[in-house]
Design a protein around this ligand. Structure first.
Ligand SMILES: [Zn+2]
Length: 212
């Protein structure tokens, strides 16, 4: 696959799986930042500070066991007005997990989320982007909106520099884009470097950042 395809989800893939949400249907100057895998005390508070500085709202796809371990950090995400999505309880791989076990793990995460939130639409993102259509159908039946992305920052990849991630993320983002960042230790050093620059770039040209 070309370098291009790794960062920007090709249109034919988006069309092939229309039950998944790859982007928001708008070309207005709005970008939807998403942060997967948190909350963790080592990084989430820094991300929240950066977002606050740019008056940006985002969606955090949290791992249930991290919410359980770090309820105060989780609450600070909510206090800042961001949206929460479900990312399973144990960050499971769909291609290596039995469907029933997977669905049970999603439910465990949702239960953890709903200890803190009274009402919010149910958002779900497959860890590693691994899905199958059977699972997708079952999750949709349970009222989850399945959120993929059209821009992958690859901030977790230690062989790609922060500068390159910044340039690619800027080049591939457009109105309606859903971009993935990672609220995890692998991404930490880089995200702190490029996230403020990414947000500044788009703020300066009139974009807003919203939650899903
Ligand atoms: Zn993840």
């Amino acid at each position: 696959m070309s370098d291009w395809a790794f960062y920007k989800t090709p249109k034919f893939i988006q069309k092939l799986f229309p039950s998944l949400n790859w982007r928001v249907n708008t070309y207005e100057k709005v970008i939807y930042p998403t942060f997967d895998d948190g909350p963790i005390p080592e990084l989430t508070p820094d991300i929240l500070n950066i977002l606050r500085h740019y008056n940006a709202k985002a969606t955090f796809f949290c791992v249930g066991e991290n919410i359980k371990k770090h309820p105060k950090i989780f609450k600070s995400i909510l206090d800042d007005g961001h949206a929460i999505g479900n990312h399973t309880y144990n960050h499971l791989k769909a291609w290596k997990t039995d469907d029933n076990e997977y669905l049970h793990n999603v439910l465990l995460c949702q239960t953890e989320i709903e200890k803190h939130i009274t009402y919010q639409k149910k958002l779900f993102r497959f860890p590693y982007g691994q899905f199958n259509l059977r699972l997708a159908r079952k999750l949709k039946k349970e009222d989850y909106e399945l959120i993929m992305w059209d821009v992958l920052s690859k901030d977790y990849n230690i062989s790609i520099s922060a500068d390159r991630i910044l340039k690619k993320s800027i080049a591939y983002s457009e109105g309606g884009s859903i971009i993935v960042f990672h609220d995890n230790l692998k991404a930490k050093d880089k995200i702190l470097q490029f996230l403020p620059l990414y947000l500044k770039h788009f703020s300066d040209i009139g974009y807003k950042f919203k939650k899903l």
